[in-house]
Design a protein around this ligand. Structure first.
Ligand code: XIL
Length: 383
């Protein structure tokens, strides 16, 4: 923690009511002062130390998934520099792949808990929260499940057992769960995804059951809906808004709505992000940004330009400001922090540089944009 730096109140006279700065010159001075202190603080401390007390700042923990096909060992278990940054910078961890069905439940009746146990242990050692990801999803399911020949009754029992076993094992140690992930299709008329085995075999009512089972297994965890392309207000986030209302009306233990926020310069910044989170907040739900990254088209040398880095810094800042602007947006997670381990170049050909640190762990403008924005919120008490 930062006893000295945080004990100081920054320019209280310049900061008016609710931290609003009255004029531009004063705002500039405050900004400069924060910037200087942040740079000094982050010689030794991390983003988590400059964040407001009521905001968890998280990252995905690299391992499994696309990493298995790369020419490096599992980053979380192997890369010491990575682990140091993980502990220093973040107050929340999300398993990138280690809790997905294919990973944690590779054979029927056999669980592979070790990788996740190691993450939870690491988090406890470093005073970090954990976000569980995920329980009901169409993707990264093991072959035994995806290709299995089960009756609806059997499938239901399989899902119930999985949720109770996994959520129960980490009860009290996982604060938020992405219970249902990516249940809607994209486009103008979203429907429940036909390729979601649970929904297609058991009907959409299974979503409510998944929340109920998770809640039974850990009544202290906050249970979320999570998806991509739901940053803006639009048909897909409207579908979630309707689903959330329906689940709440039925008394289902739904506690939050999360947007992944995999952003790209190929599309505009989601200008209604804050407004969108706010409407879910108004339903009494928590909100979260769970997988933020900002990718961009790269030239032959694979290096972002200075302008791209500046634009990326703006986008990270805007996403963070949207979350800070919504009272119960209490968790802000980036999907990895180092370009070296990003899923982006593997999944979105010709794009990359989506994270806040370069491959050699030096910090990009986007990192400093997050740091300064967090510190302003904390030190000026803007939240
Ligand atoms: C990605 C991982 O980052 C990759 O390692 C893996 O190969 C595929 O999945 N939405 C989600 C995340 O909910 O689980 C996905 O993570 C990215 C999109």
């Amino acid at each position: 923690m930062l006893p000295v730096l945080l004990g100081a109140t920054l320019a209280p006279a310049a900061a008016g009511e609710r931290g609003r700065v009255p004029d531009q010159a004063a705002e500039q001075r405050v900004h400069k002062a924060v910037e200087q202190r942040v740079h000094k603080a982050l010689d030794r401390y991390g983003l988590r130390d400059v964040a407001p007390a009521d905001l968890e700042i998280g990252t995905a923990v690299a391992g499994g998934g696309h990493h298995l096909e790369q020419d490096y060992p599992d980053p979380f278990t192997y890369d010491e520099q990575y682990r140091e940054a993980l502990a220093r910078e973040f107050s929340s961890l999300s398993p990138e792949n280690q809790m997905k069905w294919e990973f944690i439940h590779p054979e029927q009746g056999r669980y592979n808990f070790e990788p996740m146990d190691a993450i939870v242990e690491f988090a406890q050692e470093h005073g970090q929260e954990v976000r569980g990801h995920t329980l009901l999803w169409h993707s990264q399911n093991p072959a035994w499940l995806a290709e299995g020949d089960f009756t609806p009754e059997e499938l239901r029992a399989i899902l119930k057992d999985h949720i109770q076993t996994v959520v129960g094992r980490y009860a009290g140690k996982i604060s938020q769960w992405d219970v249902a992930n990516e249940v809607f299709t994209d486009g103008e008329n979203p429907t429940f995804r036909p390729e979601n085995i649970w929904i297609s075999e058991l009907g959409p009512g299974i979503i409510a059951d998944a929340f109920r089972w998770a809640h039974e297994a850990d009544p202290t965890a906050d249970l979320f809906l999570n998806d991509y392309a739901v940053d803006d207000i639009g048909p897909k986030s409207d579908a979630y808004y309707a689903l959330a209302q329906e689940l709440l009306a039925q008394g289902v233990p739904l506690h939050g709505f999360a947007t992944q926020a995999h952003l790209s310069f190929e599309y505009p910044f989601p200008a209604t992000l804050e407004e969108n989170l706010q409407r879910f907040d108004d339903l009494g739900l928590e909100t979260a940004i769970t997988e933020l990254d900002v990718r961009m088209p790269l030239g032959e040398d694979g290096r972002p330009t200075a302008e791209q880095l500046e634009q990326q810094a703006d986008w990270y800042r805007w996403a963070l400001e949207a979350c800070l602007g919504v009272e119960d947006c209490n968790s802000f997670t980036i999907w990895g922090f180092n370009d070296k381990y990003s899923w982006v170049p593997v999944f979105f050909e010709g794009t990359g540089a989506a994270n806040v640190m370069f491959e050699d762990y030096t910090r990009k403008p986007a990192y400093w944009a997050l740091a300064v924005t967090l510190a302003k919120a904390r030190w000026l008490g803007i939240r």
